[in-house]
Write a protein that binds this ligand. Structure first.
Ligand code: COA
Length: 163
């Protein structure tokens, strides 16, 4: 089985992270669709196993008003250090009701040119704080065992194999 389910139980309020020259903004995923799609296609381009590049039609099928993911909350990280802000990372979460159910983390990704600078941690921390503030104490995500950078990253952030 190549899908790896990871979970984390939040035991205290996650610390706010600071990203030098980085702005993290909550967005409407469909309105920011073009930026998000371009990022997704860059972020997963060299992953093994690969993911199929998505088109706007894929985005609307997965996240449009008719999808189960319409309540998803998404943030983008933008590099505001120089010039016009460039999108360099994203993360989404779904918060089911009641809050005793695990929140689901989706599509955490950072542009390959921006990795290893703490942006993934910044985005993960933003999503975890949002969960904590809304009463959720368990986060769950699915990743691929072959995506070694992602698996190592989540383990370092105290995610553990689970259901
Ligand atoms: C997984 C992913 C989101 C991590 O993003 P990132 O921005 O590189 O994450 P961070 O910079 O916070 O951490 C990455 C590494 O850089 C190191 N690092 C973090 N901040 C740093 C800094 N300021 N200086 C130097 N190194 C730093 C960390 O120690 C970390 O090491 P580790 O993960 O090997 O333990 C990114 O690799 C990615 O987009 N992968 C492809 C998409 C993917 O697989 N997504 C998950 C799908 S479920």
């Amino acid at each position: 089985m190549n899908v790896l389910v990871l979970r984390k139980v939040l035991v205290e309020q996650p610390e706010p992270h600071r990203g030098e020259g980085m702005q993290v903004v909550r967005v409407d995923l469909l309105a920011a669709g073009a930026e998000w799609l371009a990022l997704r296609n860059r972020a997963f381009r060299d992953e093994n196993p690969p993911v199929r590049p998505w088109t706007p039609a894929d985005l609307h099928r997965e996240f449009g008003p008719a999808s189960r993911a319409r309540d998803r909350v998404t943030w983008l990280a933008r590099d505001v250090a120089a010039g016009p802000p460039a999108v360099c990372g994203a993360v989404s979460i779904s918060l089911p009701r009641p809050a005793s159910e695990a929140a689901s983390l989706h599509w955490l990704m950072v542009d390959p040119d921006y990795r290893g600078r703490g942006i993934g941690s910044l985005l993960l921390g933003t999503a975890e704080r949002h969960c904590w503030e809304r009463g959720h104490r368990v986060l769950r995500l699915e990743t691929h065992r072959g995506w070694e950078k992602a698996v190592r990253f989540y383990i370092r952030h105290e995610y553990q194999a689970g259901r």
